[in-house]
Design a protein around this ligand. Sequence first.
Ligand SMILES: NC(=O)c1ccc[n+]([C@@H]2O[C@H](COP(=O)([O-])OP(=O)(O)OC[C@H]3O[C@@H](n4cnc5c(N)ncnc54)[C@H](OP(=O)(O)O)[C@@H]3O)[C@@H](O)[C@H]2O)c1
Length: 269
Amino acid sequence: MPAKAIGIIGAGAMGEALATGIVRAGLVRPADLYMTDVRRERLDYLQTRLGITPLTDNKQLASISRVVILAVKPPVVGPVLGEVASALTPEHTVISIAAGVTLAFIEQRLAPGVPVVRVMPNTPCLVGAGASAFALGRYAQAEDAARAREVLEAVGIAVEVPEEHLDIVTGLSGSGPAYAYLVIEALSDGAVRLGLPRQVAVRLAAQTLYGAAKMVLSSEEHPARLRDAVTTPGGTTAAGLFALEEAGVRAAFARAVERATRRATELSK
Ligand SMILES: NC(=O)c1ccc[n+]([C@@H]2O[C@H](COP(=O)([O-])OP(=O)(O)OC[C@H]3O[C@@H](n4cnc5c(N)ncnc54)[C@H](OP(=O)(O)O)[C@@H]3O)[C@@H](O)[C@H]2O)c1
C-alpha cells in the first residue's frame, strides 16, 4: 500500500467533504485517495472534481489504504465491516463517522488489534468549518489519533474526548448548526419587524454569529468576559441582554443540548 494512502467508503455529502479537505490540505496525492460508493455517478463526479481514484470493491480499498474512513449511513456500517474485516490489520487506522455506531460494535467485527477511531462531525465540514470530536478505541494509539486529527482538521477543528462524551457532543456541535440557524432567523426576524430588509438582516445576523465565534476561538477568554467587554453600563447591549435573560434563553439552550443528548443516547441503543 502507498505509505499514506487514504480510503473513503461512501461518497455522499460527508465523504465528499472529507475528500475535498484531504486533497486541499495535500494529505495524500489525489490519486492515493481511494473511494467507493454504490453510486457510480458520485465516484465519476469526484474523480473529475478532485482527481481521486474510484474503486468498486470495499475490500480492495481497505487492503491498499493505510487509513480507512467509513462514511456510509449507520445501518450500512455492519455489512461494510463484513466486507472489509479480513483486509484490515493493526497497521490500519479505521475512522468511522457513522452517528451512533459505537467503538465496541465496530471492534467486535474486526480482528483483535485493529485500531478504530469514532468521530462525531457536523455539517459545516461541508464548508471547511466543521467541529468534530473523536474517541479512540481500545487498540488505537497516539499515531491513530494523529491520523484522525489530520483528516478532521482538513475540514475544521477536532478535539479528542472519551467515547462516553460523544452523545453530549452530538447534542452540542452535532445538532448545534440547527440551533445557530434558528438564532440567525430569530435575530433577523426581530430586525425585519422593525423595518430592515430581510436579506440585509440575515446577512448581518449570520456574519455577527460568525464574527463572535471567531472572537471566542481566537482568544483564550471565557465568553462571559467577551460579553462583559461589549456591555456598556446603561447601554444598548445591556438592554438587549436583559430581554434575553428575561425570556430564559440561557436555560432554553441548556435544555436543547440536554434533550438532544438524551435523544442521541436513545438512538444509539
Ligand atoms: N451529514 C452530516 O452532517 C453528518 C453528521 C454527523 C455524522 N454523519 C454521518 O456520516 C455518515 C455519512 O453521512 P452522509 O450524510 O454523507 O450520507 P450519504 O450522503 O447518504 O452518503 C453515504 C453514501 O454511501 C453510499 N453507500 C451505501 N452503501 C454503500 C456501500 N456498501 N459501500 C460504499 N458506499 C455505500 C450511499 O449510497 P446510497 O445513497 O445509494 O445508499 C451514499 O452515496 C453517516 O453515517 C452519518 O451518520 C453525518
